[in-house]
Design a protein around this ligand. Structure first.
Ligand code: SF4
Length: 910
């Protein structure tokens, strides 16, 4: 058994992990006690990383280069030489005929800094186009633009340790308890240590984060600017402005003052749907606290005015001098593990290395000199939405998609589907071969992933951490940077730039790439010339800037009140309330918000492999207010069609107390791989912010109506470990077989349940329950041998059911036409209870299990497998939270479920 320290590959908190491995296999993972982001803690996602690399998940990996002869043909295995020669030939031919802007690269905030650097150099240096964008555009580009507009540089001024120093924390547009759980543990710790600390949460939903707040402002979606302007109005009126700070360190306040005069609390209360007093209270807390900090995320960024959302909030910090001191300042939480590193190397269509701007001729000349080329192109490249629009129109003909899944994550999925079908040539470089985007690949390049890769990432607080390889990549998968370097040399030969390519891409290791990146930062705001791989190895993560000669990085920026603008002053930005890309109307009357769940991450290509991570929410549920459900005669679990101007999905509805009437919520994780249609993002608009080009991926106007067409179908297969510990059948192979049926149903949900003996569950509803589909499903589930199954057939009513019992366990079920027993049968399989006792009822139309069996409800504590029903029952019986935790240990490991435990206790007490 060996241990390797690395970094979690999910969110931007950037927790340190210790990977335990043996004989080339990852066996376990634990929090790194020495890592300053988490000091040993991990959330449910980080703590199950090893399960996402379990032997059976190999079935989901891209293992060999694959290529298809034509769009109608399946992918076929080819050698790396064939694959990269084909890629280079195709790109070179298109570049020669149509120019360099006819090709594009679309990358990801999951790439390591070294991967990002070479992709950027390939596109902007060797190919000569700025058509390189990444999924960070969907996530943080409004934060980037907001920082630059207001403060002069893309640099989060705060650190996690400021959470302990703050006296008033404003969390806005972020369900931190779910999306950045370990950062939220710090908030809980800070409040325990400092009971006077105030927590204000600004969010349309009463999330677990909001539930913990002293003051929750449930504003209407997209009305943040009106709120912040009104808060500034109150501060001006009450004399709470820090005039000394404004005078000494800022500019542009007078212009903003004129605007915010209009934003009285009464006016903003109407726009935001808030109580005027709550706005005044928030303003007072913000301005009069000794140290005010704000943490924010996609709820500010993902709007067609996301940049001004950011700047309006930063205006408050500048006006009150709440920046550049312990516990104060605006602090954006990055969604992805290395969105910050990508920004550092200029990994967006409008950026260049080391926070340089494409639009700045001096910056372009500096980068050209660093790379040893005549020039880098001037014209900005296509941002994410523009890139896919250009693919659809034919302006861009070939795209190389690396380490991301735009066929799930982009808004307006109908556009993405058409764009990828229209493109002349699509390269997908992926670790997982089962993502939605892989289906569009003409060439699939297998890449290494977490646990296998080596390099660096930067988290939300500017801390650079090492990512280390614990095990070799499987099959012929290669590291992302190495694929790029190999391709670049081949492309160079095709473009008549063989020597240049060899000179530009000489790297034999990620460290060599990083050293070049380090040099590019010399004298810049993020100068890391004092850092090295060796120093990171020996002393752990370090924050930038860390220039040569410095003994340590900078915990907090702008302590001297000097900002990286031409005047050295921070800028007030005139921000005005605007209408979102979509306002509810008579036709689309509901606000739809999307967001994250506690136990899933992004498009689920990794978390979706871990059965227990579905036990908190197994499928995408439309959370609705009870009034809106009653108006539509809906009950919990009823199917609804959710329709926007762009498309529709069919999902189950669930009543929620976290929403106001007129609003609904869907989790953003599900794509066409796990549900019917093109996934949740088919509903969302592609309208984007004019400064950041970040699309409005958070909000859409929708209509919701009951969906009851067709017949229901449920198919389930349980896996168990054999004598060698191998799961039989491999649940991921079962999922892959069942996945092919999803497009046939308007409603479909493909999920995993259970823990060590996972159950694959397919639920669907549609008209197409043809006999050949049922027969094929039975083959997929090992239900095709009539001598081994229990069977029920009622042809007159179109009902057909089968079940298989192996030993004492229910191992497979298929119910078609009538599925009342699906829930308790799934529970029976998950819990592994004896099927013998209930054998006579297995195919009966029973909604409730027979006596002696009981369903558990959703699992709240994933670490110790404690379900909601048990928790609620304990609270009803008078047990205290401490007592429950002492008895069941729930919430005592990663702590991710603690906010929910408190909420359940409160709801029982009420
Ligand atoms: Fe990973 Fe969770 Fe830490 Fe985010 S909070 S880095 S998902 S362990």
């Amino acid at each position: 058994m060996a241990e390797t320290k690395s970094t979690c590959c999910y969110c931007g908190v950037g927790c340190g992990v210790v990977i335990e491995h043996e004989a080339g296999r990852i066996t376990s993972v634990k929090g790194d006690p020495d890592h300053p982001a988490n000091f040993g803690r991990l959330c449910t996602k980080g703590a199950t990383l090893h399960l996402s690399a379990a032997p059976e998940t190999l079935a989901t990996r891209a293992l060999y280069p694959e290529q298809r002869a034509s769009r109608d043909e399946p992918l076929q295995r080819v050698s790396w030489d064939t694959a990269l020669d084909t890629a280079a030939e195709k790109f070179a031919a298109i570049i020669k005929e149509h120019g360099p802007d006819a090709v594009a690269i679309y990358g990801a905030g999951q790439l390591l800094t070294e991967d990002y650097y070479v992709f950027n150099k390939l596109m902007k240096g060797l190919i000569g186009s700025n058509n390189l964008d990444t999924n960070s555009r969907l996530c943080m580009s409004s934060a980037v633009a907001g920082y630059k507009l207001s403060l002069g540089a893309d640099a989060p001024p705060c650190s996690y340790e400021d959470i302990a120093h703050t006296k008033a924390l404003f969390i806005t547009g972020s369900n931190t308890a779910f999306a950045h759980p370990i950062a939220f543990r710090r908030v809980e710790d800070a409040r325990k240590a400092n009971p006077d600390m105030k927590l204000v949460v600004i969010d349309p939903r009463r999330t677990d984060t909001a539930e913990a707040a002293d003051l929750h402002l449930a504003l209407l979606p997209g009305t943040d600017i009106a709120l912040y302007n009104a808060m500034l109005h109150v501060m001006l009126w009450e004399g709470w402005i820090n005039r000394d700070y404004v005078e000494a360190h800022t500019e542009g306040f007078d212009a903003l003052k004129k605007i915010v005069r209009e934003y009285s609390p009464a006016m903003a209360a109407t726009i935001c749907g808030l109580d005027k007093k709550a706005i005044e209270q928030a303003a007072q807390l913000f301005a009069t606290s000794p140290a005010t900090m704000s943490m924010y995320c996609q709820g500010l960024n993902q709007f067609s005015f996301g940049t001004h959302n950011n700047s309006a909030l930063i205006n408050l910090h500048l006006a009150t001098g709440q920046i550049g001191k312990p516990g104060a300042g605006p602090f954006s939480l990055t969604g992805q593990p290395n969105a910050m590193g990508g920004r550092e190397v200029g990994g967006l269509a409008n950026l260049l290395s080391a926070h340089r701007d494409m639009a700045n001729p001096a910056h372009r000349a500096e980068v050209a000199a660093l790379w040893g080329i005549d020039s880098v192109p001037e014209a900005p490249g296509k941002s994410a939405v523009e890139l896919f629009q250009a693919l659809k129109s034919g302006e861009v003909k070939a795209v190389w998609i690396a380490c991301t899944n735009p066929a799930q994550s982009m808004p307006d999925q109908t556009l993405i589907d058409e764009a990828l079908k229209t493109a002349e040539f699509v390269i997908v470089q992926e670790a997982f071969g089962h993502t939605e985007t892989c289906r569009y690949a003409d060439l699939l390049l297998p890449a290494s992933t977490w646990g296998e890769k080596d390099g660096t990432v930067t988290n939300s607080e500017r801390a650079i951490s090492r990512v280390r390889s614990a095990v070799p990549a499987p099959g012929e998968a290669r590291h992302d940077w190495a694929i790029v370097v190999d391709f670049a040399r081949r492309l160079g030969a095709h473009l008549g730039k063989r020597e240049l390519a060899a000179r530009m891409f000489p790297y034999a290791s990620p460290e060599e790439i990083w050293n070049e990146h380090r040099e590019s930062t010399r004298g810049r705001d993020l100068d890391i010339t004092g850092l090295s791989y060796a120093l990171l190895e020996n002393t752990g993560p370090q924050q930038w800037p860390f220039p040569e000669g410095a003994g340590h990085g900078k915990v907090r920026l702008y302590e001297d009140g000097l900002f990286p603008t031409p005047s050295g002053r921070a800028r007030f930005v005139v921000t005005e309330h605007r209408i979102t890309a979509e306002s509810p109307s008579a036709r689309y009357p509901l606000h739809l918000n999307t967001g994250r769940l506690r136990d899933q991450w992004h498009g689920m290509s990794r978390t979706g492999l871990v059965a227990r991570l579905y036990s908190h929410e197994a499928e995408p549920l439309l959370h609705m207010h009870k009034d809106d459900m009653e108006r539509r005669k809906l009950g919990d679990g009823d199917l609804v069609k959710v329709k926007s101007k762009r498309g529709s999905v069919v999902v189950k509805a669930q009543q929620s107390t976290s929403l106001r009437p007129g609003q609904c919520f869907l989790p953003m994780h599900w794509g066409g791989n796990a549900m019917g249609g093109l996934g949740i993002n088919v509903l969302l608009p592609g309208d984007f912010d004019p400064y950041s080009k970040q699309p409005e991926l958070k909000h859409a106007a929708v209509q919701v109506e009951k969906y009851s067409a067709g017949k229901s179908l449920v198919a389930m297969r349980r896996s168990e470990a054999d004598a060698d510990g191998k799961l039989q059948p491999n649940p991921h192979e079962v999922m892959a077989r069942l996945r092919q049926w999803l497009p046939r149903f308007p409603y479909a949900s493909l999920t995993l349940a259970g823990r060590s003996a996972p159950v694959v569950v397919l639920k669907a509803r549609g008209d197409d329950l043809a006999p050949e589909l049922i027969e094929a499903l039975d083959r997929d589930l090992s239900l095709d041998d009539p001598t081994q199954v229990l069977s029920y057939q009622d042809s007159r009513r179109d009902i057909a059911k089968r079940a298989r019992v192996d030993g004492d366990s229910l191992s497979a079920v298929r119910l078609a036409g009538e599925t009342k027993a699906a829930e308790w049968l799934a529970d029976l399989m998950v819990q592994g209870h004896s099927a013998t006792a209930v054998r006579p009822w297995l195919l009966a139309p029973l909604t409730q299990p027979p006596a002696g069996q009981s369903a558990r409800g959703k699992v709240i504590c994933n670490c110790f497998d404690v379900a909601e029903d048990e928790i609620v029952e304990a609270f009803r019986a008078g047990e205290s939270l401490d007592g429950l935790q002492a008895r069941t240990r729930c919430g005592t490991n990663c702590g991710s479920c603690v906010p929910e435990l408190k909420r359940l206790r409160q709801s029982v007490n009420h």
